[in-house]
Design a protein around this ligand. Structure first.
Ligand code: SAH
Length: 403
Protein backbone atom coordinates (compact mmCIF):
# COMPACT_ATOMS: atom_id res chain seq x y z
CA UNK A 1 0.00 0.00 0.00
CA UNK A 2 1.34 3.42 -0.81
CA UNK A 3 0.54 6.35 1.44
CA UNK A 4 -1.24 9.26 -0.17
CA UNK A 5 1.12 12.19 -0.58
CA UNK A 6 0.54 14.82 2.07
CA UNK A 7 0.63 17.64 -0.43
CA UNK A 8 -0.15 17.80 -4.10
CA UNK A 9 2.89 19.87 -5.07
CA UNK A 10 6.43 18.83 -4.20
CA UNK A 11 8.06 21.12 -1.63
CA UNK A 12 9.97 24.13 -2.95
CA UNK A 13 13.74 23.71 -2.86
CA UNK A 14 15.05 24.24 0.67
CA UNK A 15 16.88 27.43 -0.24
CA UNK A 16 13.60 29.12 -1.15
CA UNK A 17 11.94 28.07 2.08
CA UNK A 18 12.56 29.97 5.29
CA UNK A 19 13.45 28.20 8.52
CA UNK A 20 11.08 28.74 11.44
CA UNK A 21 13.88 28.03 13.92
CA UNK A 22 14.67 31.11 16.00
CA UNK A 23 11.35 32.83 15.25
CA UNK A 24 9.42 34.59 17.99
CA UNK A 25 5.74 33.85 18.64
CA UNK A 26 4.77 36.92 16.60
CA UNK A 27 6.87 35.74 13.67
CA UNK A 28 5.46 32.23 13.93
CA UNK A 29 2.00 33.81 13.87
CA UNK A 30 2.83 35.60 10.61
CA UNK A 31 4.21 32.38 9.16
CA UNK A 32 1.07 30.49 10.11
CA UNK A 33 -1.16 33.22 8.70
CA UNK A 34 0.73 32.96 5.41
CA UNK A 35 0.03 29.21 5.50
CA UNK A 36 -3.69 29.96 5.74
CA UNK A 37 -4.33 29.38 9.45
CA UNK A 38 -7.47 31.35 10.41
CA UNK A 39 -7.24 34.01 13.12
CA UNK A 40 -9.53 32.10 15.51
CA UNK A 41 -7.10 29.16 15.64
CA UNK A 42 -3.97 31.28 15.73
CA UNK A 43 -3.20 31.34 19.43
CA UNK A 44 -3.46 27.59 19.78
CA UNK A 45 -1.46 26.88 16.61
CA UNK A 46 1.33 29.26 17.61
CA UNK A 47 1.52 27.58 21.01
CA UNK A 48 1.75 24.14 19.37
CA UNK A 49 4.41 25.15 16.91
CA UNK A 50 6.40 26.98 19.58
CA UNK A 51 6.43 23.92 21.78
CA UNK A 52 7.43 21.57 18.97
CA UNK A 53 10.27 23.78 17.87
CA UNK A 54 11.70 24.90 21.20
CA UNK A 55 10.65 22.32 23.79
CA UNK A 56 10.89 19.16 21.70
CA UNK A 57 13.47 20.43 19.23
CA UNK A 58 11.47 19.00 16.31
CA UNK A 59 13.46 18.72 13.11
CA UNK A 60 10.60 17.61 10.87
CA UNK A 61 7.01 18.79 10.57
CA UNK A 62 5.85 15.16 10.47
CA UNK A 63 6.77 14.89 14.19
CA UNK A 64 4.09 17.43 15.09
CA UNK A 65 1.36 14.90 15.70
CA UNK A 66 -1.18 17.26 17.26
CA UNK A 67 -1.06 19.48 14.19
CA UNK A 68 -3.52 18.54 11.43
CA UNK A 69 -1.87 16.61 8.62
CA UNK A 70 -2.93 19.11 5.97
CA UNK A 71 -1.39 21.98 7.88
CA UNK A 72 1.83 20.02 8.43
CA UNK A 73 1.99 19.48 4.68
CA UNK A 74 1.41 23.16 4.00
CA UNK A 75 4.10 24.16 6.50
CA UNK A 76 6.61 21.77 4.94
CA UNK A 77 5.82 23.29 1.56
CA UNK A 78 6.57 26.81 2.75
CA UNK A 79 9.10 26.43 5.54
CA UNK A 80 11.88 24.31 7.00
CA UNK A 81 13.14 23.56 10.50
CA UNK A 82 16.75 23.88 9.38
CA UNK A 83 19.45 24.86 11.83
CA UNK A 84 22.69 26.50 10.83
CA UNK A 85 25.09 23.90 9.42
CA UNK A 86 28.04 22.75 11.51
CA UNK A 87 30.94 23.41 9.15
CA UNK A 88 33.55 22.17 11.59
CA UNK A 89 33.60 20.80 15.10
CA UNK A 90 36.66 20.65 17.32
CA UNK A 91 36.65 18.83 20.63
CA UNK A 92 39.27 19.74 23.20
CA UNK A 93 40.82 17.15 25.51
CA UNK A 94 38.94 18.91 28.36
CA UNK A 95 35.57 18.43 26.63
CA UNK A 96 35.26 21.99 25.32
CA UNK A 97 33.66 21.97 21.89
CA UNK A 98 34.03 24.65 19.31
CA UNK A 99 31.66 24.78 16.38
CA UNK A 100 32.04 26.77 13.25
CA UNK A 101 28.48 27.41 12.12
CA UNK A 102 27.24 28.58 8.77
CA UNK A 103 24.07 30.62 9.19
CA UNK A 104 21.20 29.99 6.81
CA UNK A 105 21.54 32.41 3.88
CA UNK A 106 19.30 35.47 4.30
CA UNK A 107 18.85 35.95 0.55
CA UNK A 108 20.06 34.77 -2.85
CA UNK A 109 23.30 36.78 -2.63
CA UNK A 110 24.15 35.70 0.91
CA UNK A 111 26.29 32.57 1.23
CA UNK A 112 25.61 32.49 4.95
CA UNK A 113 27.78 34.11 7.58
CA UNK A 114 30.16 31.91 9.54
CA UNK A 115 30.43 32.29 13.27
CA UNK A 116 31.85 30.35 16.17
CA UNK A 117 30.13 29.06 19.22
CA UNK A 118 31.79 27.29 22.16
CA UNK A 119 30.46 24.76 24.65
CA UNK A 120 32.20 24.39 28.01
CA UNK A 121 31.07 21.40 30.10
CA UNK A 122 31.39 21.13 33.87
CA UNK A 123 30.38 18.28 36.17
CA UNK A 124 26.66 18.91 36.41
CA UNK A 125 26.17 21.83 34.09
CA UNK A 126 27.45 23.33 30.92
CA UNK A 127 27.89 26.79 29.50
CA UNK A 128 27.31 27.83 25.93
CA UNK A 129 29.27 30.87 24.80
CA UNK A 130 27.32 32.50 22.00
CA UNK A 131 28.21 35.17 19.46
CA UNK A 132 26.10 38.26 18.93
CA UNK A 133 27.87 39.62 15.85
CA UNK A 134 29.98 38.32 13.00
CA UNK A 135 33.34 39.80 14.00
CA UNK A 136 33.57 42.84 16.28
CA UNK A 137 34.14 46.57 15.86
CA UNK A 138 35.70 47.30 19.24
CA UNK A 139 39.34 46.46 18.50
CA UNK A 140 40.39 45.67 22.04
CA UNK A 141 44.15 45.36 21.75
CA UNK A 142 44.42 41.95 23.44
CA UNK A 143 41.46 40.27 21.69
CA UNK A 144 41.79 38.17 18.58
CA UNK A 145 38.22 38.65 17.36
CA UNK A 146 38.86 42.34 16.73
CA UNK A 147 41.33 41.46 13.98
CA UNK A 148 38.53 40.06 11.83
CA UNK A 149 37.37 42.43 9.12
CA UNK A 150 33.81 41.47 8.22
CA UNK A 151 31.28 42.64 10.78
CA UNK A 152 27.53 42.40 10.87
CA UNK A 153 24.90 41.97 13.53
CA UNK A 154 23.37 38.55 13.95
CA UNK A 155 19.57 38.37 13.98
CA UNK A 156 17.81 37.04 17.07
CA UNK A 157 17.07 33.93 15.05
CA UNK A 158 20.75 33.37 14.42
CA UNK A 159 21.55 33.84 18.10
CA UNK A 160 18.84 31.42 19.26
CA UNK A 161 19.85 28.95 16.54
CA UNK A 162 23.25 28.60 18.22
CA UNK A 163 21.52 27.14 21.27
CA UNK A 164 19.38 24.89 19.05
CA UNK A 165 22.47 23.48 17.32
CA UNK A 166 24.18 22.90 20.65
CA UNK A 167 21.14 21.09 22.07
CA UNK A 168 20.88 18.92 18.95
CA UNK A 169 24.53 18.04 19.02
CA UNK A 170 24.65 17.38 22.76
CA UNK A 171 21.43 15.36 22.87
CA UNK A 172 19.85 18.01 25.09
CA UNK A 173 16.25 17.79 23.88
CA UNK A 174 13.79 15.37 25.54
CA UNK A 175 14.37 11.78 24.52
CA UNK A 176 17.66 12.39 22.71
CA UNK A 177 20.96 10.68 23.47
CA UNK A 178 24.14 12.37 24.66
CA UNK A 179 27.23 11.92 22.49
CA UNK A 180 29.03 8.70 23.40
CA UNK A 181 32.38 10.34 24.17
CA UNK A 182 31.56 10.80 27.86
CA UNK A 183 32.51 14.48 27.72
CA UNK A 184 29.00 15.90 28.18
CA UNK A 185 27.43 16.05 31.66
CA UNK A 186 24.54 13.64 31.97
CA UNK A 187 22.18 12.18 34.55
CA UNK A 188 18.61 12.58 35.68
CA UNK A 189 17.51 16.17 35.11
CA UNK A 190 21.00 17.38 34.14
CA UNK A 191 20.98 19.82 31.28
CA UNK A 192 23.94 19.76 28.95
CA UNK A 193 23.44 23.49 28.39
CA UNK A 194 22.37 25.13 31.65
CA UNK A 195 24.02 28.52 31.21
CA UNK A 196 24.50 31.00 28.40
CA UNK A 197 27.17 33.65 28.21
CA UNK A 198 27.25 36.29 25.50
CA UNK A 199 31.03 36.18 25.40
CA UNK A 200 31.63 34.95 21.87
CA UNK A 201 32.22 37.25 18.96
CA UNK A 202 30.82 40.74 19.02
CA UNK A 203 29.57 43.41 21.40
CA UNK A 204 26.07 42.35 22.47
CA UNK A 205 24.96 45.85 23.42
CA UNK A 206 25.66 47.03 19.86
CA UNK A 207 23.00 44.55 18.80
CA UNK A 208 20.59 45.25 21.60
CA UNK A 209 17.21 44.42 20.07
CA UNK A 210 18.32 41.07 18.69
CA UNK A 211 19.99 40.14 21.99
CA UNK A 212 16.85 41.09 23.94
CA UNK A 213 14.62 39.01 21.69
CA UNK A 214 17.06 36.08 21.82
CA UNK A 215 17.11 36.19 25.63
CA UNK A 216 13.30 36.27 25.70
CA UNK A 217 13.19 33.15 23.53
CA UNK A 218 15.94 31.31 25.38
CA UNK A 219 14.20 31.90 28.70
CA UNK A 220 10.62 31.23 27.57
CA UNK A 221 9.13 28.66 29.94
CA UNK A 222 7.16 26.91 27.17
CA UNK A 223 10.28 26.25 25.16
CA UNK A 224 14.00 26.43 25.82
CA UNK A 225 13.28 27.48 29.37
CA UNK A 226 16.66 28.68 30.62
CA UNK A 227 16.66 30.74 33.77
CA UNK A 228 17.50 34.40 33.14
CA UNK A 229 19.82 34.22 36.12
CA UNK A 230 21.88 31.81 34.07
CA UNK A 231 22.10 34.08 31.07
CA UNK A 232 24.97 36.56 31.27
CA UNK A 233 25.62 39.38 28.85
CA UNK A 234 29.18 40.64 28.76
CA UNK A 235 29.92 44.15 27.57
CA UNK A 236 33.05 46.18 27.03
CA UNK A 237 31.04 49.06 28.52
CA UNK A 238 28.40 50.54 26.22
CA UNK A 239 27.19 52.74 29.08
CA UNK A 240 23.92 54.11 27.60
CA UNK A 241 22.53 50.59 27.09
CA UNK A 242 23.58 48.95 30.35
CA UNK A 243 20.48 50.08 32.27
CA UNK A 244 18.20 48.85 29.49
CA UNK A 245 19.81 45.44 29.65
CA UNK A 246 18.71 45.03 33.26
CA UNK A 247 15.31 46.66 32.81
CA UNK A 248 14.27 45.08 29.51
CA UNK A 249 16.08 41.72 29.46
CA UNK A 250 16.60 40.80 33.10
CA UNK A 251 19.90 39.15 32.24
CA UNK A 252 22.99 39.03 34.41
CA UNK A 253 25.66 41.59 33.62
CA UNK A 254 29.38 41.14 33.09
CA UNK A 255 31.77 43.99 32.45
CA UNK A 256 35.06 43.55 30.63
CA UNK A 257 37.03 45.92 32.83
CA UNK A 258 40.71 44.89 32.49
CA UNK A 259 42.16 48.15 33.83
CA UNK A 260 41.60 50.46 36.77
CA UNK A 261 42.64 53.77 35.22
CA UNK A 262 41.49 55.47 32.04
CA UNK A 263 44.95 55.82 30.52
CA UNK A 264 45.48 52.06 30.43
CA UNK A 265 41.86 51.18 29.69
CA UNK A 266 41.85 53.58 26.71
CA UNK A 267 44.63 51.44 25.31
CA UNK A 268 43.21 48.00 26.09
CA UNK A 269 39.53 48.74 25.44
CA UNK A 270 39.37 51.76 23.09
CA UNK A 271 35.62 52.10 23.78
CA UNK A 272 36.76 53.56 27.12
CA UNK A 273 37.59 56.83 25.34
CA UNK A 274 33.87 57.27 24.77
CA UNK A 275 32.65 55.88 28.08
CA UNK A 276 35.34 56.29 30.74
CA UNK A 277 35.60 54.23 33.91
CA UNK A 278 33.72 56.64 36.21
CA UNK A 279 30.65 56.59 33.94
CA UNK A 280 30.87 52.83 33.55
CA UNK A 281 30.99 52.30 37.31
CA UNK A 282 28.00 54.61 37.80
CA UNK A 283 26.01 52.56 35.30
CA UNK A 284 26.93 49.45 37.30
CA UNK A 285 25.83 51.03 40.58
CA UNK A 286 22.52 51.88 38.90
CA UNK A 287 22.07 48.45 37.27
CA UNK A 288 18.47 47.32 37.81
CA UNK A 289 18.24 44.17 39.87
CA UNK A 290 21.86 44.01 41.02
CA UNK A 291 22.14 42.77 44.58
CA UNK A 292 24.40 40.60 46.67
CA UNK A 293 22.47 37.62 45.36
CA UNK A 294 22.72 38.88 41.78
CA UNK A 295 26.21 40.25 41.48
CA UNK A 296 27.80 41.93 38.51
CA UNK A 297 30.81 40.07 37.17
CA UNK A 298 33.93 42.08 36.43
CA UNK A 299 36.26 40.38 33.99
CA UNK A 300 39.92 41.21 34.29
CA UNK A 301 42.39 39.68 31.87
CA UNK A 302 45.83 39.16 33.39
CA UNK A 303 48.44 40.72 31.11
CA UNK A 304 52.06 40.35 32.15
CA UNK A 305 53.65 43.66 33.15
CA UNK A 306 50.60 45.59 31.92
CA UNK A 307 47.82 45.47 34.53
CA UNK A 308 48.90 42.86 37.08
CA UNK A 309 50.62 44.64 40.01
CA UNK A 310 49.43 44.46 43.64
CA UNK A 311 48.77 48.23 43.44
CA UNK A 312 46.33 47.56 40.60
CA UNK A 313 44.62 44.81 42.59
CA UNK A 314 44.09 47.35 45.39
CA UNK A 315 42.86 49.95 42.92
CA UNK A 316 40.39 47.39 41.60
CA UNK A 317 39.03 46.78 45.09
CA UNK A 318 38.62 50.55 45.63
CA UNK A 319 36.88 50.95 42.30
CA UNK A 320 34.30 48.26 43.11
CA UNK A 321 33.36 49.73 46.47
CA UNK A 322 29.58 49.86 46.76
CA UNK A 323 28.96 47.59 43.78
CA UNK A 324 27.65 44.04 44.33
CA UNK A 325 30.49 42.46 42.41
CA UNK A 326 32.40 39.33 41.72
CA UNK A 327 35.69 39.36 39.95
CA UNK A 328 36.72 36.98 37.25
CA UNK A 329 40.46 36.92 36.69
CA UNK A 330 41.14 35.57 33.21
CA UNK A 331 44.60 34.34 32.35
CA UNK A 332 45.42 35.91 28.99
CA UNK A 333 45.11 33.47 26.11
CA UNK A 334 47.81 34.23 23.60
CA UNK A 335 47.15 34.17 19.86
CA UNK A 336 49.47 34.34 16.88
CA UNK A 337 50.82 37.86 16.45
CA UNK A 338 49.82 39.31 19.82
CA UNK A 339 52.21 41.54 21.74
CA UNK A 340 50.87 40.47 25.14
CA UNK A 341 51.81 37.63 27.43
CA UNK A 342 49.92 36.01 30.26
CA UNK A 343 50.96 37.03 33.78
CA UNK A 344 52.99 34.48 35.75
CA UNK A 345 51.02 32.16 37.96
CA UNK A 346 52.50 33.63 41.15
CA UNK A 347 51.51 37.13 40.03
CA UNK A 348 47.97 36.01 39.35
CA UNK A 349 47.78 34.36 42.75
CA UNK A 350 49.05 37.46 44.52
CA UNK A 351 46.51 39.58 42.66
CA UNK A 352 43.73 37.14 43.47
CA UNK A 353 44.69 37.05 47.19
CA UNK A 354 44.41 40.82 47.50
CA UNK A 355 40.98 40.81 45.90
CA UNK A 356 39.89 37.84 48.02
CA UNK A 357 41.12 39.45 51.25
CA UNK A 358 38.98 42.47 50.42
CA UNK A 359 35.94 40.18 50.52
CA UNK A 360 35.40 39.37 46.87
CA UNK A 361 35.09 35.97 45.36
CA UNK A 362 37.82 36.01 42.74
CA UNK A 363 37.97 32.72 40.95
CA UNK A 364 40.68 32.53 38.36
CA UNK A 365 38.99 31.28 35.26
CA UNK A 366 40.75 28.11 34.20
CA UNK A 367 41.51 28.43 30.54
CA UNK A 368 39.39 25.89 28.67
CA UNK A 369 39.80 24.62 25.18
CA UNK A 370 43.18 26.25 24.67
CA UNK A 371 44.28 23.40 22.43
CA UNK A 372 41.54 24.25 19.93
CA UNK A 373 41.84 28.07 20.13
CA UNK A 374 38.41 28.22 21.74
CA UNK A 375 39.39 30.19 24.81
CA UNK A 376 38.33 33.82 25.36
CA UNK A 377 39.30 36.18 22.63
CA UNK A 378 40.51 33.42 20.38
CA UNK A 379 37.28 32.98 18.50
CA UNK A 380 38.07 33.71 14.96
CA UNK A 381 37.07 31.72 11.96
CA UNK A 382 39.87 29.35 11.08
CA UNK A 383 38.22 28.19 7.88
CA UNK A 384 40.33 30.35 5.64
CA UNK A 385 43.41 28.68 7.01
CA UNK A 386 41.85 25.22 6.74
CA UNK A 387 40.78 25.90 3.18
CA UNK A 388 44.24 27.17 2.24
CA UNK A 389 45.74 24.01 3.71
CA UNK A 390 43.28 21.81 1.81
CA UNK A 391 44.10 23.63 -1.43
CA UNK A 392 47.81 23.21 -0.84
CA UNK A 393 47.40 19.49 -0.21
CA UNK A 394 45.39 19.12 -3.39
CA UNK A 395 48.03 20.97 -5.39
CA UNK A 396 50.75 18.77 -3.90
CA UNK A 397 48.77 15.65 -4.76
CA UNK A 398 48.26 16.85 -8.32
CA UNK A 399 51.96 17.65 -8.64
CA UNK A 400 52.78 14.12 -7.45
CA UNK A 401 50.29 12.67 -9.90
CA UNK A 402 48.32 11.04 -7.07
CA UNK A 403 44.56 10.60 -7.35
N1 SAH B 1 32.35 42.49 23.61
C1 SAH B 1 31.93 41.86 24.82
C2 SAH B 1 31.73 40.38 24.62
C3 SAH B 1 33.00 39.57 24.39
S1 SAH B 1 33.32 38.76 25.87
C4 SAH B 1 32.90 42.19 25.92
O1 SAH B 1 33.91 42.80 25.64
O2 SAH B 1 32.63 41.89 27.07
C5 SAH B 1 34.87 38.08 25.71
C6 SAH B 1 35.65 38.20 27.01
O3 SAH B 1 36.94 37.62 26.84
C7 SAH B 1 35.89 39.65 27.37
O4 SAH B 1 35.96 39.84 28.74
C8 SAH B 1 37.22 39.88 26.74
O5 SAH B 1 37.81 41.02 27.25
C9 SAH B 1 37.93 38.59 27.07
N2 SAH B 1 39.07 38.32 26.20
C10 SAH B 1 39.23 38.72 24.94
N3 SAH B 1 40.40 38.30 24.44
C11 SAH B 1 41.01 37.59 25.40
C12 SAH B 1 42.23 36.86 25.46
N4 SAH B 1 43.05 36.79 24.43
N5 SAH B 1 42.52 36.23 26.61
C13 SAH B 1 41.64 36.27 27.65
N6 SAH B 1 40.48 36.94 27.64
C14 SAH B 1 40.16 37.59 26.52
Amino acid sequence: MTAAPETAAPPAPAAARVSLVGMSRAELGDALAAAGVPAREMKMRVAQLFQWIYFHGATDFSQMLNVAKALRGKLAELYTLDRPAIVAEQISADGTRKWLLRMNPTGPLDKGAEIECVYIPESYRGTLCVSSQVGCTLNCSFCHTGTQKLVRNLTHREIVAQLMVARDRLGDFPGRERPTDGLVPSGEGVRAVSNIVFMGMGEPLYNFDAVREAIALMSDGDGLSLSKRRITVSTAGVVPDIGRLGAECGAMLAISLHATNDRLRDELVPLNKRYPIAELMQACRDYPGASNARRITFEYVMLKGVNDTPAEAKALVRLLKGVPAKINLIPFNPWPGTKYECSDWATIERFSDIVFDAGYASPVRTPRGRDILAACGQLKSETEKLRARARLMLEQQLALGAD
